[in-house]
Design a protein around this ligand. Structure first.
Ligand SMILES: NC(=O)c1ccc[n+]([C@@H]2O[C@H](COP(=O)([O-])OP(=O)(O)OC[C@H]3O[C@@H](n4cnc5c(N)ncnc54)[C@H](O)[C@@H]3O)[C@@H](O)[C@H]2O)c1
Length: 274
């Protein structure tokens, strides 16, 4: 039997003009969904968004921006079916080198930006008794490599928040998914600008050389959301990391020791960065 056609959804994607957010916006629009892409700039970059997609300036750190977006969606669409909390920034650095201002900036976007999105739209979704919240965390939210403490902590926070909401909002007919991808090729490295110059090595090694494309990851996310999955692991690295940590903790700890030891050796040789 052919699958039952899915009615179009009304979707809001934060961080929607670059990388994974943009790929999600394009994939949703291609499926016939009504999409609002939101991001920091006053206007979307020329020619980036598909026809029919609305753009809105929304800094996820701003309560006023969230309230205005919610009002506009209520007025123009009468409700929302899918909220994708995707906006995020990179952060790296050893605990004693990365500055408190980096922690504050990372928490403000990666964790509190998601909290604000969930807080803003939950009353609407509860009234509807329907809707889906998709929080883009990271594999860093499940397995914690060294010299990324601010990023890891915020992403683990998003996982904890999502699991809480799964239990809290499920009874209201609201689906919650958390997405934990490993490295993929986007513009995320641009936002990594901290005090620890050793973090540059990780940026080069992992972020800039990532092979996975946002389009492939976006397609996997939407399949997971359609299937009603809570934890969406979009790649083999994620599945291996997740299950190794759960089922083979000593192996996981050993794997996590390797990059730490590499960095300690560089540090002992007196490389820059603190
Ligand atoms: N790239 C990776 O390897 C990777 C891996 C796992 C998870 N992620 C997560 O995926 C999400 C998307 O990142 P990406 O890799 O596509 O990076 P990206 O830099 O290409 O896109 C991030 C978008 O978020 C926007 N943004 C940043 N701060 C914002 C704010 N305060 N308000 C609104 N928008 C803001 C940026 O302008 C940008 O358009 C992030 O949450 C990131 O942590 C990325």
């Amino acid at each position: 039997m052919p699958p039952t056609p899915r009615p179009p959804r009304r979707a809001l994607v934060t961080g929607g003009v670059s990388g994974l957010g943009l790929a999600l916006v394009r994939a949703l629009a291609a499926r016939g969904d009504q999409v609002m892409a939101a991001d920091l700039a006053d206007a979307a970059p020329e020619g980036v968004l598909p026809a029919g997609v609305t753009y809105r300036q929304l800094d996820v750190r701003s309560d006023a921006d969230w309230a205005a977006a919610c009002e506009a969606i209520e007025r123009d669409w009468g409700g929302l079916d899918l909220l994708v909390n995707n906006a995020g920034i990179a952060a790296g650095g050893r605990i004693e080198v990365a500055e408190m201002s980096e922690w504050e900036a990372t928490v403000a976007v990666n964790l509190l930006g998601v909290v604000r999105g969930c807080r803003t739209f939950t009353p609407m979704l509860k009234r509807q008794q329907s809707g889906t919240i998709v929080n883009i965390a990271s594999l860093a939210g499940l397995t914690q490599a060294p010299a990324m403490s601010a990023y890891n902590a915020t992403k683990a926070g998003v996982v904890a928040l999502s699991e809480t909401l799964l239990h809290e909002l499920g009874p209201h007919g609201i689906q919650v998914s958390v997405v934990c991808p490993s490295f993929l090729r986007t513009n995320l490295a641009v936002s990594l600008q901290g005090a620890d110059t050793l973090a540059e090595e990780g940026k080069e090694r992992y972020l800039s050389r990532a092979k996975r494309t946002p389009e492939v990851v976006a397609a996997r996310i939407l399949r997971g959301v359609d299937a009603g999955r809570y934890l969406i692991l979009t790649d083999a690295d994620g599945r291996v990391g997740y299950w190794t940590k759960r089922l083979a903790t000593p192996l996981y700890r050993r794997a996590m020791t390797v990059p730490g030891a590499r960095m300690a050796a560089v540090e002992r040789r007196g490389k820059p960065g603190g």
